[in-house]
Design a protein around this ligand. Sequence first.
Ligand code: SF4
Length: 396
Amino acid sequence: MFRISQYMRELVDPKPLGPQRTPPGPVVIWNLLRRCNLTCKHCYSISADKDFPGELTTDQIFTVMDDLKGFRVPVLILSGGEPLLHPDIFEISRRAREQGFFTALSTNGTLIGDDNIGAISETGYDYVGISIDGIKETHDEFRRMPGGFDAAMRGLRLCRDHGLKVGLRFTMTQDNAQELPRLLQLMEDEGIDKFYFSHLNYAGRGNKNRETDVFLRTTRWAMELLFERALADVRAGRQTEFVTGNNDADGVYLLHWVQKHHPEQAAHLEAKLNQWGGNSSGVNVANIDNLGNVHPDTMWWNHNLGNVKERPFSEIWMDCSDPIMAGLKRRPRKIGGRCGRCRYFGICGGNTRVRALQLTGDPWAEDPACYLTDAEIGIAEEDERDMTRNPMGLAG
Ligand code: SF4
């Protein structure tokens, strides 16, 4: 996850570079069940509204939680499927809070209503993230649920009005990119705390079309909107948070944006971004799926590291006999192509390995979804192309 607002605060109120902080354990995104009341177009867990065999019992979940606590995991993000369909979701969540985990609920929001908002509120989630793919019809079309947008917004408002920290989670695709400005406006109008912008797990078409690829150009446009909005909020004293996921080149793109608009802060920001270090799949981010299989993150469902029913997570996570896990834990990672030559590898860390694997069969090839030009990553002469121009005639 890339925390845009944190770096915008550094622009406005720079803090000295302290020692690099290493998280005590990985953030665990836990798909407690696969069952879901929706069948969204872009769902990575391919869920359905039925029970799936082989899922962990609540007692097994508790055993895993004890192990995670002992392993000093700081954050549990309870997800699905739709986690509110788990019959023991509140018992699991309360236990997580009592054990001291930062406990987040990642939900489609449509099942939050007057009947359960009391329980949700009493559970005291540290954060509730609700997926929104666009305004009204766009969202309903993505979620394949007429009325889905209104239901999700009702859930979000109920959480907000009960004092919970809430956020919108938006996965941008070519079909909903044009909705981003309206969603940012919605966030402001509704007093929503956080905006999570998720890049689509886009495999692209390799290196050739990077500078003309409409989607990569749209990504740059979207990032600039987020940068501008995050900085405006920091300057206005608003406590909002803008974060992104699934494309660690965002850190490098932010540095270029700062070099252009706030050059006096660029060196400071570059040092801070290098401390962040980019992609941390398999190191500081982990995923447990509904069957108990452990993955380096939520995008690696085709690669199992082990199962928590058979071995504790703490053992699985430290076992580097798996070559993918060994390669992810290696510092610096050994990655080829553009990433290997990139001047900003220390900021980005070579981005998302599963995309390289999907496109080339080699998990250590360059990330095909890097949206920076060769000039911007320091492997070609600067050119005059203006890649920040609005590529789709989108409202800004
Ligand atoms: S070339 Fe690779 S390491 Fe450099 S910014 Fe792009 S994805 Fe990151």
